[in-house]
Design a protein around this ligand. Structure first.
Ligand code: URA
Length: 234
């Protein structure tokens, strides 16, 4: 999303637009290596490199990213013992990004990161019932009756309220796709446990209308497109 250079710089640095014009006259600001003198020049914070005193200026935010979480990483910005999803993001102020909902340390797939609290609330708040899709592999064969059990809701160990209706599509004896609009603690694993089965691998490939980009390898990330960002509100 492009924006005026002076607006971008003042948002990113807190320097007034008047002072930014002064810095431009002194050749202290460059865009993609060329001195910039036009405050109205349009820049794209995701692709243009804007420098002040030869130092790149971080994007003013908000920022929205998808990360392909590998196994062994925690969905947190800070952890004393395990590598974090944030550590995969090579951007200024990466520690200011937070995960929109967690994936277990042994799970893989789509994690959304942002510094926009309202946006992430739309994703995590149970009120908005945003669907999340998982591909699972189980220890034992999945009984055909599980489809109806998921649809009717299950009693999870230690909880009184049944789970909301969830979709289960059995792909093969030990593989299935699960679609949920809730995010209880270890929910998919506990739903299978309630049926006497065990999840061996869990991979999230969709949140709402946002699909994990098949071009991403585990550990890679990319910025969301504008339509992916806006899809959360539709
Ligand atoms: N369900 C789980 O059991 N684990 C996750 O990480 C997400 C959903």
């Amino acid at each position: 999303m492009s924006m005026r250079l002076d607006k971008y710089l003042s948002q990113a640095t807190g320097i007034s637009r008047k002072d930014i014009r002064r810095l431009m006259r002194r050749d202290e600001i460059s865009v993609n290596g060329e001195p910039a003198h036009d405050p109205a020049l349009h820049v794209d914070p995701e692709t243009d490199v804007v420098c002040l005193y030869d130092e790149p200026v971080g994007a003013p935010g908000p920022r929205y990213l998808m990360v392909f979480k590998p196994e062994g990483y925690v969905s947190a910005s800070d952890d004393p013992t395990h590598p974090t999803v944030n550590s995969l993001v090579d951007l200024p102020r990466a520690e200011q990004l937070h995960c929109c909902g967690r994936l277990d340390i042994d799970a893989t797939g789509l994690v959304l990161l942002t510094d926009d609290g309202q946006w992430s609330h739309r994703i995590t708040s149970p009120r908005h019932k945003l669907a999340k899709r998982y591909r699972v592999r189980t220890a034992d064969p999945i009984d055909a009756t599980a489809v109806q059990a998921f649809e009717e809701g299950l009693k999870l160990h230690g909880e009184l309220k049944r789970t909301r209706p969830a979709k289960l599509e059995i792909l093969s004896a030990r593989e299935a796709i699960v679609e949920l609009a809730e995010g209880r603690y270890h929910q998919v694993k506990r739903m299978f446990a309630a049926l006497g089965n065990r999840v061996l691998t869990l991979h999230r490939d969709r949140i709402g209308n946002i699909d994990l980009d098949p071009a991403l390898e585990p550990g890679e990330y990319r910025f969301l497109t504008e339509s992916e960002i806006n899809s959360i509100f539709s």
